[in-house]
Design a binder for this molecule. Structure first.
Ligand SMILES: [Cu+2]
Length: 157
């Protein structure tokens, strides 16, 4: 009787161990599939850009524009999250922005409208895809400060 119990326990332990192995194997298979679903080995580059009546700013509050471009490495998935960045005290707080990112060949992607109730929207693209070496981001709505939201240059390096 004791021997039978031992055998059963052994069998249970064996199955348990096999089950665990199967699980971790499945997890190992699933993980890269999730991270690299786009088929590119590099991790995506995530950038936040604040949008306000004063223009485009980085996370530290430094303005883009003029000679200050946004540079992104070639063949990298770039995710730019545009963030509604109006001051609470500004009239523009009630404003709405909507940003288009456009390449020289006409490819473009738009954010959703950015305003108080929808403060973030992300645009993603593969930098340098189809020979695109430069992108330009600008607001497509008539807004306060639209003259400052015409030219965020994104350069592929
Ligand atoms: Cu705008």
């Amino acid at each position: 009787m004791k021997e039978i119990m031992k055998e059963i326990m052994k069998e249970i332990m064996k199955r348990f161990a096999t089950g665990l192995t199967t699980l971790s194997f499945a997890a190992a298979l699933a993980a890269p599939a999730l991270s690299y679903a786009n088929g590119h080995e590099k991790a995506p580059l995530e950038i936040k850009v604040r949008v306000s009546e004063k223009g485009f700013f980085d996370e530290k509050g430094k303005p883009y524009g003029g000679k200050r471009l946004l540079q992104v490495p070639k063949d990298t998935m770039v995710k730019i999250t545009f963030v509604f960045g109006e001051d609470l005290t500004s009239l523009a707080m009630g404003d709405t922005h909507q940003i288009t990112v456009r390449a020289e060949d006409g490819w473009k992607q738009e954010t959703s409208p950015l305003w108080m109730m929808n403060r973030e929207s992300t645009v993603s693209f593969l930098a340098g895809e189809k020979g695109r070496m430069q992108y330009r981001a600008y607001c497509i709505l008539e807004c306060i400060g639209m003259e400052h939201l015409t030219n965020l240059l994104i350069q592929v390096v």
